[in-house]
Design a protein around this ligand. Structure first.
Ligand code: FAD
Length: 317
């Protein structure tokens, strides 16, 4: 059997979207390979997490009750112990800040080839993965030799798993080697403390260099208020210091997956698109009919944002 072990992720008592996306990724790979999909949830309120993770396509859920929050050393040990017990062909981990913290250590300890930031894969005895390079300008396929593999999957590339499943849930007990726990989580601080997490937003109004100057921000803030949206931006807005870094969408910013992404005065550079192409519906407002953002937009308004935005505010107010 070529089983898949996928590691889920939570933060501050809540499962992250990556957990449900990795179920879809894992199911796809398990179907390709003809194996079962095992999920592991490590630390925190594992029993209620397991209830929530019991979605269609999951065969087994292993709860590892060690520690309250993410801890690199506990995760490494837990994944290693699960791997030794289950002997899966594939270990999938999220390509998140936490996932990238422990995945290389896991691969090193288990002597597995590791492919990171994967957006697609196929398995027919050889694992073929798809990755993006050069700021998402080039798509590459990477064949990986071996019998067992470690992969980190990029968020938002697979849909979130839905439907209630009938996976077997069991507690996985193992002794943490406390002498090998060298890191401690001492606290949690949001970037730009007290501010929102745009990666969780359902409706995003995002602005780009088209707004020209900081003095025009209040116009957009009026639209945000009228629509109940979350404000985000392209990189130049952040580089100019008009919005904090945690509002930046893109390759070097946040990845977002809202239901609606309204891009105002954003050209649609690949580095920006890398962060928002997972949006369900993309709407773009741009004066340039040839702006690349229109290539991926579901709806487009070719027009001046200084005309369009006041009209939108009026309609929504
Ligand atoms: C390594 C690297 C990482 C990067 N990471 C990111 C990232 O994470 N996120 C990101 O966004 N960028 C990132 N970039 C920068 C990226 O390449 C682009 O420069 C940036 O996305 C462009 O931002 P923009 O669309 O706001 O500006 P521009 O490309 O200048 O586009 C402005 C748009 O506004 C339109 N416009 C102008 N006036 C109006 C008006 N009155 N009404 C309507 N439309 C108007 C124009 O037609 C134009 O299409 C990165 C670059 C590099 C090299």
């Amino acid at each position: 059997m070529s089983d898949v072990l996928a590691i889920t992720e939570h933060r501050r008592g809540e499962l992250r979207d990556e957990s449900f996306e990795i179920i879809s990724a894992g199911r796809e790979l398990a179907d390709d390979a003809g194996g079962d999909l095992h999920l592991a949830v490590i630390s925190g309120d594992v029993d209620s997490f397991a209830d929530n993770l019991n979605r269609e396509g999951v065969d087994a859920i292993h709860t590892v009750e060690n520690g309250e929050e993410f801890n690199h050393d506990v995760y490494v040990q837990a994944v290693e112990a699960l791997y030794n017990d289950l002997a899966p062909t594939f270990v999938l981990m999220p390509n998140s800040v936490n996932g990238l913290d422990y995945a290389p250590a896991v691969a090193n300890r288990l002597d597995l080839p590791l492919v990171t930031d994967v957006i697609g894969f196929e398995y027919d005895g050889t694992l073929t993965t798809t990755r993006e390079m050069y700021g998402s300008k080039v798509e590459t396929t990477v064949d990986v030799e071996g019998d067992q593999f470690a992969v980190t999957t990029r968020g938002a590339e697979w849909p979130e798993a839905e439907g209630v499943g009938d996976a077997e849930v069991s507690a996985f007990d193992f002794e943490v080697d406390e002498s090998a726990v060298r890191s401690t989580v001492t606290g949690f601080e949001e970037v730009g403390s007290g501010d929102v997490d745009i990666s969780e937003a359902e409706f995003i109004v995002s602005i780009g260099r088209g707004i020209e100057e900081e003095e025009n921000l209040p116009l957009i803030e009026d639209l945000v208020e009228a629509t109940g949206a979350t404000l985000a931006s392209s990189r130049p807005i952040v580089d100019n210091g008009w919005l904090p870094k945690n509002r930046q969408v893109g390759q070097s910013g946040a990845q977002v997956t809202p239901q609606v992404y309204l891009a105002i005065g954003i050209s649609g550079a690949v580095q920006h698109v890398a962060g928002m192409k997972g949006a369900e519906t993309i709407i773009a407002v741009n004066t340039d009919p040839n702006a690349p953002i229109f290539d991926i937009a579901d709806y487009g308004v070719v027009g001046d944002l200084f005309d369009v935005v006041p009209e939108l505010i009026e309609k929504f107010s």
